[in-house]
Design a protein around this ligand. Sequence first.
Ligand code: UT7
Length: 340
Amino acid sequence: MQTRVSTAPTPGSATDDRRIKARIAGVGSALPARIMSNDDLAEFVDTSDEWIFSRTGIKQRHIAQDGECSSDLAERAARAALDNAGMTVDDIDLIVVATATPDNTFPATAVSVQHRLGMTHGAAFDVAAVCSGFVYALTVTNAMIGQGMAKRALVIGAETFSRILDWEDRTTCVLFGDGAGAVVLDSSVGVGEGQAGIIATSLRSDGSHKDKLFVDGGPSSTQTVGHLRMRGQDVFRFAISATVDVVEDVLAKGGITADDLDWFVPHQANKRIIDASAKKLGIAPEKVILTVQDHGNTSAASIPLALASPSFTARVRPGDLVLIEALGGGFTWGAALIRW
Ligand code: UT7
């Protein structure tokens, strides 16, 4: 008699790649106190509220005060996320900050946050993937937790894009804002259908597009900080068409369709991009979380800011399926499917 040897892993076992590794245990955010409306902008830039709102959906953005750095915003968001999770910094053993506007060339903004939180244990580092930075940071952290390299982590998106804007260039300076958002990732116990956690992630990049959205300075090239430059229409077109692949990938890995999603929390760059993406993916408008009107494009901070916004926290329920997705300079893009 032949014994059948099963090669399929026991669901939820250590060898099961489908095992959920980390869940979001808390969310938090921080915004600079100073708000700049479209009308405020129109006082010194040749633009109008009508143009900005009709093209982008943006009504206002927050702008950091002099001396207010990405690490200040990141620290505040981190503390709020720890409070929300009912944890202290002693519970955390990893900090990952996604930012394209670090306080300094080095050290990483994450170690400044670690120091400000009074944490001398564990590890901290930055991830640079611009507007997809949070999806990248979440993916890397989830993988590290899955490998047993960390137990509980702060994943933070923090930006002060106002510092790299050319305020003479109306095609870009009206689009961006400052802010930070953070989540606490906790290694999950228990497995099975319906368990809270990160179900699937998918990352992509294609450096052949790097000249479409970039900063024209840097320590190794010009020894200056530089300013953001963008070919807006190229980014617009790519953002709608290309991100479908990562979304389809995470839906397939999760064994669901777009119909099963409860919430879509995309990178908040432009309401027209978000609307067109949701339509293309077949996601109903009432499932789309929108914060771009209040924050503008805050790059890596936009998704965690949205996850911590009342428009999401007041409506999401345990067990809901949440899709996050972003595209940024590089181009880089990615998506994650999360059960709340
Ligand atoms: O996180 C990823 C990063 N970025 C993005 O996702 C942004 C992607 N791109 C976009 O969102 C859009 O392309 C923009 C909002 C940047 C621009 O919208 P558009 O509909 O593509 O406008 P356009 O660039 O074709 O410009 C139309 C007109 C131009 O005037 P003419 O040449 O038609 O006379 C521009 O000079 O609008 C003019 N314009 C402005 N007018 C008033 C450009 N910027 C402004 C402005 N205010 N701020």
